[in-house]
Design a binder for this molecule. Structure first.
Ligand code: 2ND
Ligand code: ZN
Length: 361
């Protein structure tokens, strides 16, 4: 019997989170409060416990499109500056209390202007929540601005990301239904960001396969892949003696392109059959640059520590594996090299060393 990391110990480990949606991580009690305060009357339940259950069950359909419908209610209560600041502040608190030391949290500013906020007011309200929360709870949070792939505002949002790059916005992303909305629809935005030396990730290879990943990397120039689980389709004999990588999978691995994997979310949307059958197993064995993430803590009823605990259970991972995922994530973050190095050497490595030492003592 090995010293399997327990959930409690995993919570103490200094962790890094690259893929977490602001509108997918609200506390149920906050949703109820904000609905009352802002006059949003569309909630499927009034009481926080029932809301928690409703989100988890409604997100469990096996379809990304149905999963995305649940965001109507979180986005619905995030339409004032006060609400956005509160949600960001609480997000920083919740992540810090789970032991996350660095996070990149994303949201789509264009979805928060229904009551008249400008895009700039939305961005500033969220930045304030993270700045205050970061200071109060001792966590560094960068934001990614997302453009919705079925809309046509990606250039505007990309410009917004560049304008706020020195104020806490560290990158750009596109999200929403993947099938029917290829990343090349937003090529002008990605080319603009490249010319501005800005960073971006693209949700790709979740609800659509290899062509989506290929476009994201080879046409759009994505720095990272949101999910990217379907890269497994380009690997034969993945659980056998002689796994063979196709050209795209080899490119992703050779170039060390980070994969932002979100195990529970992938099971809910049908991108993976179960945690045990999740491509993260073979991809980690093959040394792809895998990172572990939450996607939407509310919809999946999860935390980063719980995602790690599920992987420990399914794949028998030990502290060395958890540290490897964490260092991968820190190396792949969109903040500067100096800051990443400082967190790796000053926080992550000493934190894991202490936990490893204790587990052998
Ligand atoms: O896993 C996802 N795939 C695609 N889109 C997603 C996923 N999780 C959340 N979103 C969407 C819904 C949110 O309203 C939006 C911005 O955070 O991003
Ligand atoms: Zn996502």
């Amino acid at each position: 019997m090995t010293n399997r990391p327990s959930l409690d110990d995993i919570r103490r480990a200094p962790k890094v989170l690259l893929h977490d949606h602001l509108d997918g991580g609200l506390r149920p009690a906050t949703i109820a409060d904000l609905a009352r305060e802002t006059g949003y009357d569309g909630l499927p339940a009034a009481d926080p416990d029932n809301l928690r259950t409703w989100f988890a069950e409604a997100s469990d359909s096996g379809s990304l499109e149905r999963y995305l419908e649940t965001f109507e209610h979180t986005v619905g209560v995030m339409q004032t500056a006060e609400a956005l600041t509160r949600v960001a502040y609480e997000c920083a608190e919740d992540l810090a209390s789970d032991g996350v030391v660095y996070a990149e949290v994303r949201y789509a500013p264009e979805q928060h202007t229904r009551n008249g906020l400008s895009l700039e007011q939305v961005v500033e309200a969220v930045l304030k929540g993270f700045a205050d929360g970061g200071r109060d709870f001792g966590i560094r949070v960068g934001t990614l601005l997302t453009a919705m792939r079925h809309q046509a505002r990606s250039m505007e949002i990309a410009e917004l990301a560049v304008r706020y790059r020195d104020a806490g916005v560290v990158g750009f992303d596109i999200a929403g239904a993947e099938a029917g909305y290829p990343p090349t629809r937003h090529l002008d935005a990605f080319e603009y960001l490249q010319r501005e030396n800005a960073h971006f990730t693209i949700h790709a290879g979740e609800a659509f396969g290899l062509p989506s990943i290929w476009q994201a990397i080879q046409w759009c120039g994505a720095d990272r892949l949101g999910h990217g689980v379907r890269i497994i389709d380009d690997i034969t004999d993945r659980d056998g003696e002689r796994p063979q990588l196709g050209r795209l999978a080899a490119y992703v691995r050779d170039k060390r392109i980070p994969l932002e994997m979100c195990p529970s979310s992938n099971v809910q949307t049908g991108a993976a059959k179960s945690i045990a059958a999740h491509p993260i197993g073979p991809l980690r064995r093959l040394y792809f640059r895998v990172t572990v993430n939450t996607d939407n803590r509310l919809m999946s009823g999860t935390t980063l520590s719980e995602e790690f605990a599920k992987l420990v259970e399914a794949f028998d991972y030990g502290w060395d594996d958890l540290q490897w995922f964490t260092v991968n994530a820190m190396k792949s973050a969109f903040i500067g090299f100096d800051e990443r190095l400082e967190l790796i050497n000053g926080v992550i490595k000493p934190g894991f060393a202490q936990l490893k030492w204790r587990s052998h003592a």
